[in-house]
Design a protein around this ligand. Structure first.
Ligand code: 13P
Ligand code: SF4
Length: 305
């Protein structure tokens, strides 16, 4: 059996042979993030995918993210090493449910969180990520907004824009939604000087305790510029890798041990090696859906971050 270092070396060799790059989300396993060509949040990763010259992209993340890469860069071969790695929140809404919502809320602009299938994006007006949601909402002239699928992200938006009529669907991230205020209070009692940084997928009671709310790529820059020395992190624990690497002089504590997304951990060095050896699993989207979904994603990308 190979050691972690040997496996990492093997991945790097295979990437070179296949003329491929490895993109990894911040929730990926440490040993995967460590050898990625680029690590980032969901928005950063899809933009990076359009910038690379490499014809093959191995995507260490979940299915909707690989789809997003294909939506923007169909000329590239997009490989998802763990084909079962989906997103339970994305699976909570279907095209059929969305069309029923559109009938229920005529005249509303549908803002679709990127944690959704290509098909759902195709029937939405504009996409957003946790990194640009407030700017996306700000850019919309219509005050009637329907946000799908994440109710927590939508409630955060509604608190930020009380003058707008924001409605939402009932979806949520099972990982972020598991954390409650008591969990955060418990860790705060241990580290009273720590600041709380939370992801907007968390429930309102958790966001109410946060000093800063941002996407996974916003956390490290915030910690760097803050005068605080310690931070309590309310998002998937994979982010600790990047936070600690970028801020070796600061301390980071996870708000709850349950902040682990099993889907994000399905990608392993072994599955990456296998995918590069076999060139499986290739992710595509039917062209008709891709073009419609791309319109919603490009509208989002056109808005400065
Ligand atoms: P971001 O990378 O946009 O912060 O998304 C968080 C998430 O839950 C991705 O699955
Ligand atoms: Fe989906 Fe939540 Fe996992 Fe992100 S952390 S992939 S939103 S289940």
């Amino acid at each position: 059996t190979m050691s972690i270092q040997e496996k990492q070396q093997r991945v790097r060799e295979l990437l070179k042979e296949r003329n491929a790059v490895l993109l990894a989300h911040y929730y990926q396993r440490d040993e995967v993030q460590a050898i990625a060509d680029f690590a980032g949040d969901s928005l950063g990763l899809s933009i990076e995918a359009t910038r690379t010259d490499a014809p093959v992209i191995v995507f260490a993340g979940v299915h909707f993210m690989a789809e997003s890469v294909y939506i923007l860069s169909p000329e590239k071969t997009v490989i998802l090493p763990a084909i079962q790695a989906g997103c339970p929140m994305a699976d909570m809404i279907t095209k059929e449910k969305l069309l029923a919502l559109r009938d229920e809320y005529p005249g509303y602009t549908v803002v679709c969180y990127v944690n959704s299938s290509a098909e759902v994006k195709a029937y939405s007006d504009i996409c957003c990520t946790s990194g640009n949601m407030l700017k996306v909402i700000e850019s919309i002239e219509n005050d009637k907004i329907l946000m799908i699928p994440d109710k927590n992200l939508a409630k955060f938006a509604a608190r930020h824009f009380p003058e707008k009529d924001i409605k939402w669907y009932s979806g949520y991230c099972p990982t972020h939604d598991r954390v409650n205020a008591a969990d955060v209070e418990e860790v705060k009692a241990l580290y009273p000087d720590a600041e709380v940084i939370a992801h907007p997928e968390c429930a309102p009671e958790v966001l109410a305790l946060a000093d800063h709310i941002c996407s996974t790529s916003g956390m490290s820059p915030y910690a760097r510029q803050s005068s605080a020395r310690e931070f309590i992190i309310a998002t998937e624990m994979g982010v600790l890798y990047q936070l600690r690497k970028d801020n070796p002089d600061k301390k980071f504590y996870i708000a709850s041990r349950r902040l682990l997304c099993p889907n994000m951990k399905m990608t392993t060095l072994d599955s990456i090696i296998r995918s590069l050896e076999t060139m499986e699993n290739i992710i595509t989207v039917p062209e008709e859906i891709r073009l419609k979904a791309r319109a919603a994603v490009e509208k989002m990308i056109a808005i400065p971050r």
